[in-house]
Design a protein around this ligand. Sequence first.
Ligand code: IMP
Length: 423
Amino acid sequence: MAVDLLLGLQWGDEGKGKIVDVLTTNYDIIARFQGGPNAGHTLIFDGAKHVLHTIPSGIFHKTALNVVGNGVVIDPVIFKKELENLDKHNIDYISRLLISRKAHLILPTHRLLDAASETAKGKAKIGSTLKGIGPTYMDKTGRNGIRVGDLELDNWEEKFQHLTKKHLKMLSHFDIQLDYDLVELQAEFSEGIKKLRQLQFIDSEAYLNDAIKENKTILAEGAQGSLLDVDFGTYPFVTSSTTTAAGACTGLGVAPNKIGEVFGIFKAYTTRVGSGPFPTELFDKDGATMAKVGHEFGATTGRARRCGWLDLVALKYAVDVNGVTQLMMMKGDVLSGFDTLKVCTSYNYKGTEITHFPYNIEPENVSVNYSEFKGWDEDLTKMTSANQLPQSLLDYVAFIEKETGVPVKIVSVGPDRKQTIVR
Ligand code: IMP
């Protein structure tokens, strides 16, 4: 069987966790392919809320196996906390959660380097989640990293101390005083490693390719969003991994000709957390309403998310870069009550109207042109089938489908598993 992909088309927080959870019943294996504890995937069902950072969002279904792929970076300290949360719900992760030996580890000193680097950037800071993501991927591509498989080697401790020492030397070059207790950080880290060792480490690329040959169904789960991709996002205000479809190939060891459906998740409006350009950002009461009704606060950092209208220029770009075959629109319910909705359909870029996503989208280079749509007043949150959806929402969706050339197959009308309308 082919591997289906699920990824975010905006700046993250589109609701990927919820949709993976909803789709998991269709799959034998859920495999996370990039990112790490910078992600916060929220799942709500049976009256309880669960936030996952590194663990694939299929973990709550008894039937699915969950793989943390080689493209993921793991912080054993945060991972331990995630596992302990699963313990509270009696989730059997020992037999259903498999970890790639090639996944890289986030060391306590990676987190310190992240903090030092952000502080040193001053006003130009990226707004990182400070989970050590950038420094860990730097060590990976710089060929200095430590991988899960190293835990099975005799010289693991030596490797760990060597890299820590190197990081401490790097930290001393920053003109910044960080307050930390290395002994405490390392003690916490070694508890995390102990917990991690309880899990099954696998050669995940071999495991997944065998599963493909055995006709097993696999869903690859992305984190963050396409506009945070290290190549195609709003660089340098991006994360350090490939969040787009290509990241599933490198982050799982699955060949491009094995990819099937590409599910692209987007919100009916746009949000962004952290710094960086955001052409349709709102600073008025409409933006404040989206933030309030949509509970737009980061699941990982608790930071307020910036809100704005849907940007179709950016969405079409993400559809192209990922080869999206099905769209899923989230949080349509949040837009109930707006008289008029706006959708950005083109940019004015250095004096010319354009419809493609250009090199730089900072306010000095880009202003936006909007199309307007009639809003809807109906409360969508209790709706259960497509024929209950208001006509103005269907018109909004039809416009998105026409512009992107891709069908919108799911309209999500609330955070709960059950609030999902399949079209
Ligand atoms: P980092 O990946 O923690 O270094 O953060 C880099 C940028 O990506 C910052 O602007 C973060 O706010 C943003 N970011 C990272 N992970 C997520 C996510 O899961 N959702 C939304 N934004 C994220």
